[in-house]
Design a binder for this molecule. Structure first.
Ligand code: AP5
Length: 221
């Protein structure tokens, strides 16, 4: 069996990043987050990053051209041979078609696309309360996922944390609109291909993780 290609679909705050990092640790798959790649490009001041910055801060989608260029570079790295979890990609019809073509070129296809199903209004609270460790990137939440020892990252012990520029209630609502207009139609696209799985992602992080691990264990075995 070729290496698994898993897609996590869901609106901002659905838990894509949280769950992808846990699956990476448990199953040895590689998390590919286009949001993280774009934020790295913005921080590095590359041409792609300069073009993406204002678009991201407005809560809209960055152009397929920029996103695909960044993703293709990353997928050319040898570690993706272990299998991948795509977090935040694809987000448009064009990106889904480009992914299919890229995988077909390597004799692969999407193993499963998991839709994390949530209520929009709850996502505003989830995203507005999110922060990450500045040292290792571990994600936290003001209410739902606090460090075990206040002010110290559970993973690396760092005392520095940061919040994303686009994690305010107004921008989250724009991101939710973009999700429903451009990304949610991909749920039907993957259903038609017979690879769609749905998970209720409103429960606690551990319950969502158990449901996802069950799917990954089944399709990636
Ligand atoms: P991106 O970085 O992909 O952000 P997003 O899709 O908006 O998703 P988030 O990171 O906000 O949410 P998540 O689902 O990962 O939730 P998380 O696990 O952190 O994209 C940002 C921007 O980049 C886009 O707006 C766009 O401009 C651009 N972009 C990126 N990819 C692109 C693409 N392919 N094409 C075009 N543009 C692109 O969880 C959120 C919080 O909730 C955390 O604090 C967490 O601890 C908590 N939490 C998680 N699960 C639960 C739970 N079950 N219960 C309670 N709390 C929970």
């Amino acid at each position: 069996m070729s290496a698994p290609v898993l897609i996590l679909l869901g609106p901002p705050g659905a838990g894509k990043g949280t769950q992808a990092r846990m699956l990476e640790e448990e199953f040895g798959l590689v998390q590919l987050s286009t949001g993280d790649m774009l934020r790295a490009a913005v921080a590095a001041g590359t041409d792609a990053g300069r073009a993406a910055k204002a678009v991201m801060e407005a809560g809209a989608l960055v152009s397929d051209e920029i996103v695909l260029a960044i993703l293709k570079d990353r997928m050319a790295q040898p570690d993706v041979a272990r299998g991948i979890i795509l977090d935040g990609f694809p987000r448009t019809d064009g990106q889904a078609a480009a992914l299919d073509a890229l995988l077909a070129g390597a004799g692969q296809k999407v193993t499963a696309a998991v839709s994390l199903e949530v209520d929009d209004e709850a996502m505003v609270g989830r995203v507005s309360g999110r922060y990450t460790c500045a040292g290792c990137g571990e994600g936290y939440h003001d209410e739902f996922k606090r460090p075990a020892s206040a002010g110290h990252c559970d993973k690396c012990g760092s005392t520095a944390f940061k919040r994303r520029a686009d994690d305010n209630a107004e921008t989250v609502r724009e991101r939710l609109k973009a999700y429903h207009a451009q990304t949610a139609p991909l749920i039907a696209y993957y259903d038609t291909k017979g690879v769609l799985e749905r998970i209720d992602a409103m429960g606690p992080i551990a319950a969502v993780r158990d449901a996802l691990a069950g799917i990954v264990g089944r399709v990636a075995a």
